[in-house]
Write a protein that binds this ligand. Structure first.
Ligand code: FE
Ligand code: CA
Length: 508
């Protein structure tokens, strides 16, 4: 029997966990080429800390010790902290260093060392002190970056903006090839195994513009479906694969996600489970309630015959959709969100999540039809959430969404069908970074049929910035032609929410 180095490492890890720490066998390689080609990233800012991420691009089958440094200046003259992490082959040589003891609300610079190589420098920023008066928060959010469908030029422009952080709302990778006018290729089929997903991330992470946006400010992340498979729900795949088989795939996909993003260690998956929903506070000004609406959701109502996944259903034909048992977040997360909204105590409550919350009736005139993969498939769960916001008078709820590849602005109501129902919250859907969206004709129809949808454009792509102060929150939709590698950026539209008054108004 061959006892590989990898098996040996696994044994030492198990022993170390069981007893006193044992010396670990670590490779001290000398890299001939930089192993930092996947870039660096930071995430999840707190008032005194930040998560630093990198992954070594190496075929080594041994663990590697990686050093990190955090400095107050870009020249690393004033290093404020140093530490070491072990990059394990079982986790694709990724590291998630949790730095603590930093000062609130300020910029820092960081870099990694391994085997004689030094990483590119990243810049990050801590959050303000909890509850402190904070003048301003400016951040970007985005989602849906199909690599084949466009260049990540939008990220180059995002990286150049003066932002405190970035919120990614899912579809960081796509598992499948689809869409028109590809500008580049995945050069691999649909991932199923861990190694396949790792390779897919490596292709996306090799993009210089995406790396620049990671190196420019900290990210907060959640996933949507394409990090695993289109339209999956909980433990059910679109093709109704055997449950165990699909959960093995989900475990591989979740692990690869963790390995490639600056998530804190507590989010490390255990088999097919990973708790990534969390709250990030930004002083007394805003709280980000970051949701996971894939892992715990009820199956979509009324799927196509012998299929899982989404469908467009006429409301009369699918009464199951109205079942109050249906949940998009799962009971535990619903309760956690309610507690967080009621307890945040911040002026603004930003609900960062995957799918469109506003009702969108897709049948012109008489009758209604809905797409079941977003909140429209779970209308009673939506009513519960918006009803809670209304009855508990949650301060300035603003919902951030992705998924539909459309820049959209909507007034969120407890009853979308009752003209004159009060607006409880405001929704900004970020548009997709590159992924193909609905036509202008389709989005115009949505608007015409759904008066609470104030704006919709799925033709342009990019990201949205949100600038928040005590008085107002202004969204700017920033667009760049995704088929053009050097395309300029411009503001497609700006919409504002005044503090104390839910609903959006056009203009900055
Ligand atoms: Fe998408
Ligand atoms: Ca209708």
């Amino acid at each position: 029997m061959q006892f590989s180095r990898r098996d040996f490492l696994r044994c030492t890890t198990a022993l170390a966990a069981a007893a006193l720490p044992l010396p670990r066998v670590l490779a001290q390689p000398r890299f001939t080429a930089s192993p930092f080609t996947l870039g660096v990233a930071s995430g999840y800012p707190s008032p005194d800390g930040i998560v630093l991420w990198t992954r070594l691009a190496t075929d080594l089958r041994a663990a590697v010790e990686i050093g990190w440094e955090v400095a107050a200046d870009e020249g690393f003259q004033k290093i404020v902290q140093r530490g070491r992490e072990t990059a394990e082959p079982e986790w694709a040589h990724s590291v998630h260093a949790e730095v603590a003891g930093l000062a609130p609300g300020r910029h820092y610079f960081y870099r990694f060392h391994a085997g004689g190589a030094v990483s590119p420098i990243g810049r990050t920023r801590t959050a303000p002190t909890a509850g402190a008066t904070t003048e301003r928060l400016r951040f970007a959010f985005g989602s849906c970056q199909h690599y084949e469908q466009g260049y990540f030029t939008a990220y180059r422009h995002m990286a150049a903006e003066d932002l405190d952080l970035m919120v990614h709302l899912g579809d960081y990778i796509y598992e499948s090839s689809w869409g028109r006018a590809h500008v580049r290729k995945h050069d691999a089929g649909e991932p199923v195994m861990l190694e396949d997903y790792r390779n897919r991330y490596a292709i996306y992470k090799s993009d210089a513009d995406l790396q620049a946006a990671h190196a420019a400010f900290p990210w907060i992340c959640t996933w949507d479906d394409h990090e695993v498979q289109n339209d999956y729900a909980n433990d059910r795949s679109v093709g109704l694969d055997p449950r165990d088989e699909f959960l093995r795939r989900r475990a591989a996909a979740y692990q690869a996600y963790y390995e490639h993003l600056p998530l804190p260690k507590r989010m490390r998956p255990r088999g097919p489970d990973a708790r990534i929903y969390t709250r990030v506070d930004y002083g007394g000004l805003a709280a980000f309630h970051v949701l996971d609406d894939r892992q715990y959701r009820s199956y979509q109502a009324c799927p196509r015959p012998n299929r899982g996944g989404s469908n467009v259903v006429r409301s009369d034909d699918c009464p199951e959709r109205l079942d109050p048992q249906l949940t998009l977040l799962g009971t535990a997360q619903e309760q956690w969100l309610n507690d967080g909204l009621a307890g945040a105590g911040t002026r603004w409550n930003l609900v960062a999540q995957q799918t469109l919350m506003a009702q969108v009736d897709r049948t012109m005139g008489e009758g209604q039809s809905f797409w079941t993969d977003g909140w429209d498939g779970y209308p009673k769960a939506r009513e519960r959430l918006l009803g809670f916001m209304e009855s508990r008078r949650i301060a300035n709820p603003v919902v951030l969404s992705g998924d539909v590849h459309t820049f959209a602005v909507a007034d969120l109501k407890t009853d979308f069908d009752r003209p004159g129902a009060s607006t409880v919250a405001t929704e900004f859907c970020g548009g997709s970074v590159t992924s193909q969206g609905p036509t202008l004709k389709q989005t115009e129809a949505w608007r015409a049929e759904n008066p609470h949808v104030l704006f919709a454009n799925g033709f342009r792509h990019g990201y949205t910035t949100l600038e928040i102060n005590a008085k107002r929150c202004t969204a700017r939709m920033r667009v760049a032609d995704e088929k053009e590698i050097n395309a300029p950026v411009h503001t497609l539209a700006a919409w504002t929410v005044e503090s104390g008054k839910a609903g959006a108004q056009r203009g900055a």
